[in-house]
Design a protein. Structure first.
Length: 158
């Protein structure tokens, strides 16, 4: 049995895995720094129908661990250009709890930053939870607009 890691575009068949990945991330990781009501609201807003809309509306990519028997989504990241002449926004980096601090987030961010650069972006923006703040700071992101539960950050792409 071989384990193979691949990055690929998110597909409709991934919706349930993505939903549970995002939900568990908010419940297991972000709940430490967020009000329980906010966690509940975010999970309600990110239902499978909404996840499907997101992967159809933006460029979303999954980090997949494949074996002979199954595919498991270890992480997801997406990016969207909201306004002309504005940097694209990375709006969803999620890594499965058991794979945190094992390079999955770095792999996904390296990929999406290079993807944005290939599309002509000179910088990207994102909103970070307190939990992930240092991860992004260490990647060269600079705080832009402070908020109570998230931090808007930006990075020039080189």
């Amino acid at each position: 049995m071989t384990n193979l890691l691949t990055l690929r575009r998110a597909q409709e068949s991934d919706v349930n895995q993505i939903y549970w990945l995002r939900r568990r991330t908010f419940e297991q990781i972000n709940a430490v720094n967020l009000n329980p009501e906010i966690v509940m609201i975010v999970n309600t807003m990110n239902n499978p129908r909404r996840i499907l809309e997101k992967i159809q509306d933006r460029d979303a990519f999954c980090l997949i661990k494949s074996t002979d028997e199954y595919e498991e989504i270890l992480g997801i990241v997406d990016i969207k250009e909201y306004r002309i002449n504005e940097p694209p926004v990375i709006s969803g980096l999620f890594v499965r709890h058991g794979y945190l601090r094992k390079g999955c987030g770095t792999l996904l961010m390296d990929f999406i930053e290079n993807y944005a650069k290939e599309k002509g972006a000179q910088k990207v923006k994102l909103s970070s939870t307190r939990y992930a703040r240092n991860f992004y700071l260490n990647r060269g992101y600079k705080p832009q607009v402070p908020s109570t539960s998230t931090l808007t950050m930006e990075k020039k792409l080189r």
